[in-house]
Ligand binder design. Structure first.
Ligand code: NAD
Length: 420
């Protein structure tokens, strides 16, 4: 299993980051091994009825990295490239993220290898219901709580909640987060990840003594995270000059009208044909001059091939794993880029998921203002801790963030001891 996981490029990258941090922390070999490898890896086949009447078998995954600090928490992804190794890497990052944020969760992740863009609503519902029923013995509010990620949304969470609750015989809202608000979802959850990204980017602007009203940003990805990150950045006064999605990239030095672009996307399904901005090569967009670059789509887009060419001042990692270790080595040598590492930058999503879970347990609903103000407080605290630790130890921000998360998990492992 070790070999199989390490052969996956995304897991390999997460493991490399872990090893570097474990070396820095001087973790003993036994704690290192217990922290590094996932506790449970589950693969299921999912037969679903297509609209054509045919039956098609898809493969789905769930990885629970660790349960030492509480139930496993992490998104469910529908994407063609998803596989067990990628899901295991994402579960590992979730583990350090939850610990860094002080949330009482372990890290988990799920995925199904499929292309939701080519599937009908009925097929997506069939897939979600069957995946959830295969997962029934392993999930629940006290064991494993899923949430939306790439290719999934509040509707997918509502179907999952329905399957789980139907089996339990009563409504179990705490089994998933990121649900519709009238199904006991949390106010503010949909915008939370993007909001957190934008909030930290503005704090980074202030550290770099840059004025938001004169700042520009480029955002890769215009889905849940990219859209809300761009929208919140623009509300802080920052001009969005570049946006891309899987269909192509747009560039406009005077700024892109986000509301008009969203309307265009909703009516046509792509951003590339939007008439009020120039199209640009998606790779070239990443290296245009801007103050804030926000990768908010897929992993491994900042690599050794483009890291030296980046012309941003702040790299706000909204996606999970957007920067490879080779690119990190280049960025670390540059003192002109302020990195907000993924496990900190995109932690707004899991933090509001935690709030949603707490509200579900309490059978209580907080207002959006209450949610976002609690979120800002927790994001600011984590940001300040990471920066202070990085400064104190004279280490890069990613190593500082990972160290704080991994150290927390390692301590809990030692306190609980080893059974038997
Ligand atoms: P999403 O499915 O809502 O949106 C993904 C976006 O990325 C879409 O606009 C898609 O067109 C675009 N995209 C896909 N491939 C692309 C490519 N090669 N180049 C440019 N754009 C591309 O997904 P999301 O929920 O916004 O997640 C985006 C990233 O943020 C993922 O890495 C995810 O793991 C991470 N994340 C999401 C959350 C959350 O709350 N949804 C929380 C933390 C981290």
């Amino acid at each position: 299993m070790r070999e199989e996981l390490l052969n996956n490029p995304v897991f390999h990258m997460a493991a490399e980051q872990f090893d570097r941090t474990a070396d820095f922390l001087g973790l003993s070999n036994d704690v290192r091994e217990r922290c590094k490898w996932p506790k449970r890896l589950l693969t299921v086949s999912i037969p679903i009825k297509l609209d054509s009447g045919e039956t098609h078998v898809l493969f789905g995954y769930r990885v629970q990295h660790q349960l030492s600090r509480g139930p496993v928490k992490g998104g469910l992804r529908f994407h063609p490239n998803t596989d067990l190794g990628e899901v295991a890497a994402l579960a590992m990052w979730m583990n350090w993220k939850c610990a860094l944020m002080g949330l009482p969760f372990g890290g988990g992740k799920g995925g199904v290898a499929c292309d939701p863009r080519t599937m009908s609503v009925k097929e997506l519902e069939n897939l979600t219901r069957r995946y959830t029923s295969e997962m029934l013995p392993f999930i629940g509010p006290e064991t494993d709580v899923m949430a939306p990620d790439m290719g999934t949304n509040a509707q997918v969470m509502a179907w999952m909640l329905d399957v789980y609750s139907a089996h339990a015989g009563h409504l179990v809202p705490g089994v998933v987060t990121g649900k519709p608000v009238n199904l006991q979802g949390s106010e503010g959850r949909e915008a939370a990840t993007g909001h957190g990204v934008a909030f930290l980017a503005t704090r980074a602007l202030s550290k770099c003594q840059l004025d938001p009203d004169k700042a520009t940003a480029i955002v890769q990805g215009f889905g849940n995270v990219g859209y809300y990150a761009a929208l919140t950045l623009s509300r802080f006064g920052i001009k969005i000059i570049g946006i891309s999605d899987v269909t192509g990239a747009l560039y406009h030095p005077e700024g892109i009208d986000l509301a008009a672009l969203k309307r265009h996307l909703d009516s046509t399904g792509d951003i590339k044909s939007y008439p009020d901005a120039d199209t640009i090569d998606p790779d070239a967009m990443l290296v245009q001059e801007c103050d804030i670059l926000v990768p908010a789509a897929v992993d491994r887009v900042i690599t050794e091939h483009n890291a030296a060419d980046l012309k941003c001042k702040i790299l706000a990692e909204a996606a999970n794993g957007p920067t490879t270790p080779e690119a990190d080595a280049i960025i670390e040598k540059r003192d002109d880029i302020f990195l907000i590492p993924d496990i900190l930058c995109n932690a707004g999503g899991v933090t509001v998921s935690y709030f949603e879970w707490v509200q579900n347990i309490q059978r209580f609903q907080w207002s959006e203002q209450e949610v976002l103000s609690k979120l800002d407080t927790m994001m600011a605290k984590a940001f300040d801790r990471v920066l202070a630790f990085a400064r104190y130890k004279k280490i890069p921000h990613r190593l500082a963030a990972l160290s704080l998360g991994i150290q927390e998990v390692a301590e809990v492992k030692q306190q609980r001891g080893l059974f038997p």
